[in-house]
Design a protein around this ligand. Structure first.
Ligand SMILES: O=C(O)c1ccccc1NCC(=O)[C@H](O)[C@H](O)COP(=O)(O)O
Length: 209
């Protein structure tokens, strides 16, 4: 897992986005889903986010209308979108005409994994998350063993409950289609406020292991 891509999700503060850019984190995710405790709207000035360089800004949406996505992409300077609801491959393909798409899928069985094949060609990346009561940010570790059976050609983000203790296991975990790992609720001071010291330590542990 040396030099792996990292996405930190659930950001609401420009200072966190800036600090992560400085740490070499590749993707910074922001939640555009009102019921989430990490919902970004109203918590910060979008211009403060838009001006930050050196990190790809990902807008996370749940069953949103395309116009809402395009508007937020403009206002916050989004580089790509993550679709985290029940969006169909057809819907993903429409959004993808405008912005690169990560399609998040919550998997618990091999059957769920097989069903991911219908997204081949409709998105740029998949993101594998753990099912739970919330659409995302449940903090429950994903069953990585499921991915031994993944045969798709779409690269994926490994997500779901990854915490500081996972650095050691991740450093010896390899999958040819794994593009990045996604970190969220296990690295927070409070919802939407990241623990930058913990993230820094994790990235260090990952890269020296
Ligand atoms: O984080 C949220 O509150 C959230 C709400 C609604 C849709 C998606 C959300 N998060 C998206 C992510 O990509 C998370 O990083 C992913 O679910 C893993 O979170 P965690 O289990 O806390 O590591």
């Amino acid at each position: 897992m040396k030099d792996t891509h990292i996405k930190v999700c659930g950001l609401t503060r420009p200072e966190d986005m800036e600090a992560l850019s400085g740490l070499g984190v590749h993707y910074g995710g922001m939640i555009f889903h009102a019921p989430s405790p990490r919902f970004i709207e109203g918590r910060t000035d979008p211009a403060g986010i838009k001006r930050i360089a050196g990190i790809r800004k990902v807008g996370v949406f749940v069953n949103a209308a395309p116009d809402y996505i395009y508007r937020q992409a403009e206002v916050y300077g989004l580089d790509m979108v993550q679709l985290h609801g029940e969006e169909t491959p057809e819907y993903c393909a429409i959004i993808r005409r405008h912005l690169p798409v990560i399609k998040a899928l919550r998997l618990k069985s091999e059957q769920d994994l097989e069903a991911t094949a219908r997204y081949e060609g409709a998105c740029d990346y998949l993101l594998f998350d753990t099912p739970g009561p919330l659409y995302g940010g449940n903090g429950t570790l994903f069953n990585w063993a499921l991915l031994e059976h993944y045969q798709g050609s779409t690269p994926f983000f490994l997500s779901g409950g990854i915490g500081p203790e996972a650095a050691e296991k991740l450093s010896s975990w390899k999958h040819p289609a794994c593009h990045a790992i996604d970190l969220n609720s296990r690295f927070e001071q409070s919802p939407g406020v990241k623990n930058i010291d913990l993230l820094k330590q994790f990235i260090w542990d990952l890269n020296i292991s």
